[in-house]
Write a protein that binds this ligand. Structure first.
Ligand SMILES: Nc1ncnc2c1ncn2[C@@H]1O[C@H](COP(=O)(O)OP(=O)(O)OP(=O)(O)O)[C@@H](O)[C@H]1O
Ligand SMILES: [Mg+2]
Length: 376
């Protein structure tokens, strides 16, 4: 049995917590709902430590989900009590966007964009509202991967201001530097121009309400990475690596960049891509072409979570070229692989948001070529 997140939210809308006028979804008390098959985890934030209210809220959630969604649902309710002062510290830099995840790698060509696209569609399937910001100024690939190469974002007016409307494909909102340039031109997007374009795609765009914004970063650890971390409060970073020694060495640099004292972006974990080759018709045959468990060991060494492994399968490459992320294929190996990885990512985001304050956009005072993004 597979629980539907949207149905659960709808059911929760019938519950009101004592002392709050609105239902628990509208009042913001439901911080998160995650479904894993027949399990559902509801994260609740209450403004009162009163035991009877907590107990009542939990009982109501169980009863309502069993009655309105499924009597077999396995329900876990996490309750966090937050005082109003604490809430004020948790400011959000971009209204409406709850979590921003940067996907990085160090080495090029290891599958960042592939992972970004498949994570995005899997999150959307779980019921989250998702956007992708393709920040790869050297080789933007989202327009091709989502089959929107020939589309252009239109300009709309919101509250008297002109804003860019992201292009939508498979329920994902997308903005890419590729929408504004011919592929052969990509190389001129350097320094201030690229930074300015990115800045506009972030702040002058109508992203609406998003649970997750994924940022597909260009390879490496250069200026553009700094300028993005400078302008955005990144919730966390996901680092992609293949098991090869060269890729692992670069992944290590990538992790180090996020952990640097003046950057301080939490690393949500490492994903191993191209972990092994598997013929789709013989999924039990695994060939470890690039070596075994390199990224897993790296994660252990660096003390960051290991989020999972993606095998090399022909359909991933074909789907990318064809413009329909492979994880959309129901009942496929890749759907299952990405469901597991995405669950791990969401869980790490939840852990991170529970344990750390919101990342502040860092203030770097001088940086060659990126003055256009300087914040405040
Ligand atoms: N698990 C996989 N199985 C098969 N092919 C894959 C897999 N992951 C990525 N590829 C293919 O490898 C190529 C590189 O992947 P991708 O573009 O996602 O890498 P990248 O890290 O974003 O590269 P860049 O550094 O250029 O941005 C693409 O053709 C993609 O389809
Ligand atoms: Mg890429």
């Amino acid at each position: 049995m597979k629980l539907d997140r949207k149905e659960i939210l709808k059911a929760l809308e019938t519950i009101t917590i004592a002392g709050e006028g609105k239902n628990m979804v509208e009042s913001g008390a439901v911080a998160n709902v995650i479904t894993f098959g027949d399990e559902v985890v509801v994260d609740l934030v209450l403004h009162t430590p009163a035991m009877h209210i907590k107990k009542r809220a939990e009982d109501d959630i169980r009863k309502t989900i069993h009655e309105l969604v499924s009597p077999e649902a396995k329900i876990k309710v996490n309750i966090k009590v937050e005082t109003p002062e604490k809430n004020e510290i948790k400011g959000r830099a971009i209204p409406g966007i709850k979590n921003i995840i940067a996907v990085a790698s160090g080495k090029g060509g290891v599958g960042k964009s592939t992972v970004t696209a498949n994570l995005a569609v899997t999150l959307a399937k779980m019921g989250f509202a998702v956007g992708i910001l393709d920040a790869d100024i050297y080789g933007p690939s989202m327009p091709i991967m989502f089959d929107v190469e020939n589309e252009k974002p239109i300009s709309i007016t919101v509250d008297g201001k002109s804003k860019m409307k992201p292009v939508e494909s498979y329920e994902i909102k997308i903005l890419s530097i590729g929408f504004f340039t011919a592929p052969s031109q990509a190389v001129i997007w350097r320094g201030p121009m690229a930074a300015k374009a990115l800045n506009q795609m972030i702040f002058d765009a109508d992203w609406g309400e998003l649970d997750f914004m994924l940022i597909d970063l260009p390879p490496g650890t250069g200026d553009i990475h700094l300028s993005i971390m400078q302008s955005l409060p990144i919730t966390g970073a996901v680092v992609v690596s293949t098991p090869q020694a060269v890729a692992l060495a670069d992944a290590k640099k990538g992790v180090a960049m996020f952990m640097q004292d003046n950057i301080n972006v939490p690393v949500l974990g490492i994903i191993e891509n191209m972990a092994y080759f598997t013929p789709e018709e013989l999924p039990d045959n695994k060939y470890y072409i690039f070596g075994q468990e390199g990224a897993k060991n790296l994660a252990e060494d660096l003390d960051v979570p290991f989020l999972g492994e993606v095998p090399i399968v022909q359909s991933i490459r074909e789907a990318g070229d064809y413009g329909r992320p492979a994880a959309l294929q129901t009942a496929s190996l890749i759907e299952t692989v990405f469901e597991e990885i995405t669950r791990n990512v969401v869980q790490e985001v939840v852990n991170r948001n529970d344990s750390l304050p919101v990342t502040e956009a860092i203030k770097i005072t001088t940086m060659a070529g990126c003055s256009a993004v300087k914040k405040n």
